[in-house]
Design a protein around this ligand. Structure first.
Ligand SMILES: [Zn+2]
Length: 416
């Protein structure tokens, strides 16, 4: 049975041990030591990385020796699990020096200890229990059981957590039976035999846990809540602590500086500047739409004027035109203006948008089905589209084909 050094001292970065066994498993090696400071994946916290001698440790797992219930709380005595170090190469049986990847470990301890504090703050302030915890690559989450959760409550829990961090309270490891811990006021009742391990934050919280923790709350630096989302019947609160909080705050500030520079204003004025821009944009959009309507009206009149003077308004007038820079939406507006006149068929294309619109005056003397004509015409150009008998639109992959599309449709109409 591997002796777990981190149980008593989470700050041991290097240790001496003996390789008890070394077996090949796929392309990795499975190593068991007599004692280890490596933490295995469990209780929501990922495993440590590091080295055994010159060999890289890829994963550390807590594997059951015999069927045993999975629990984040593993008794230090009479253990039912053994610790397996998966490495990139083999090691001879005998003495070896272990070295933990400290940056990764301290990061995990900051997030994990932060979780204890945040969970305890939610209980102290609102009685909301934490149902699960996940330590992710960039952020961590706790799932809370709560009827509802307001932004104000999040802020209160965040402030209380940071108060405890700034007070730099002691974080101690306690051992005892379930009954002893219950009498001492443990947060979660545990129905397990033997000696249990609990983490006590001086005068604030005591809960059963087998993970690695900081020695003092101040080492967590700062905890920031980043996101709230509903996850089935629970509330998922995302947070960062320690160096991650520093990185997150630094990245947020970088974004704010960038936004200020793009808007040429002070960072504090960014929201007002965005609101002003949005308002202006809305106004310009409305004005642009009105101008498009007026332009389309004029352009429609011009296109109808260009038709041979012989075509009277009681005979069918076919307007075929390819525009250079019209948007698909403008093409639609122009078509609507054209077919507002009696007996008009509009065959319009836009080179810029690669778009075509075929439309005709409702109830005109044309008996054509423009939806069918559009599909038939586009087929040869690899385009796609559709619509009704009176209004159809589509696009072609090669905008250079547009002129031909319109011409072919016009020819097809004239021949009928
Ligand atoms: Zn813990």
């Amino acid at each position: 049975m591997t002796e777990r050094l981190y149980y008593h001292d989470s700050f041991q970065k290097e240790f001496e041990a003996n390789v008890v066994s070394c077996e090949r498993e796929g392309d990795r090696w499975k190593i068991i030591l007599d004692r280890t400071a490596f933490y295995p994946t469990s209780g929501g916290q990922p495993h440590d990385l590091g080295r055994l001698g010159e060999v890289e440790v890829l994963e550390v797992a807590d594997l059951p020796l015999s069927p045993a219930p999975a629990s984040p709380v593993t008794p230090p005595a009479g253990m039912t699990h053994d610790m397996v170090h998966y490495t990139s190469a083999a090691l001879p049986v005998g003495p070896v020096q272990g070295k933990i990847d400290w940056a990764r470990r301290i990061d995990h301890m900051q997030q994990h200890t932060g979780q204890h504090l945040l969970s305890a703050a939610f209980i102290e302030l609102f009685g909301f229990q934490t149902k699960s915890f996940h330590l992710g690559r960039l952020t961590s989450t706790i799932d809370l059981e709560a009827p509802s959760l307001t932004p104000r409550q999040l802020e209160d829990a965040e402030r209380r957590t940071n108060e405890i961090i700034f007070e730099d309270r002691e974080v101690a490891v306690r051992f005892g039976t379930a009954q002893e811990l219950a009498e001492a006021g443990i947060r979660k009742t545990v129905e397990r035999e033997g000696v249990l391990r609990a983490i006590e934050v001086e005068g604030f919280d005591r809960q059963p846990c087998g993970g690695t923790h900081l020695a003092r709350t101040g080492q967590a630096g700062l905890l920031l809540i980043r996101k709230l989302e509903r996850s089935r019947n629970l509330w998922r609160v995302e947070y960062v602590a320690g160096y991650r909080a520093l990185s997150a705050a630094r990245a947020d500030f970088g974004i704010l500086i960038q936004a200020g520079s793009l808007l040429t204003c002070a960072t504090s004025e960014v929201p007002a500047a965005i609101a002003k821009l949005t308002e202006e944009r809305r106004g310009q959009h409305t004005a642009g739409k009105k101008m498009e309507e007026r332009l389309a009206q004029l352009e429609a009149r011009e296109l109808l004027k260009k038709l041979s003077s012989g075509s009277a308004s009681d005979s069918l007038r076919i307007v075929a035109a390819t525009l250079n820079d019209a948007t698909a939406s403008y093409l639609g507006i122009l078509a609507a203006k054209l077919i507002a006149e009696s007996n008009v068929v509009a065959l319009l294309g836009s080179r810029a948008a690669g778009h075509v619109v075929f439309a005709q005056t409702k109830g005109s003397s044309s008996a054509h089905d423009l939806g069918a004509l559009l599909r038939e015409t586009l087929k040869d150009f690899g385009g796609k589209g559709g619509g009704s008998k009176d209004f159809a639109q589509g696009s072609v992959p090669n905008a250079a084909d547009l002129e031909q599309v319109v011409q072919r449709a016009q020819k097809s109409l004239s021949s009928k």
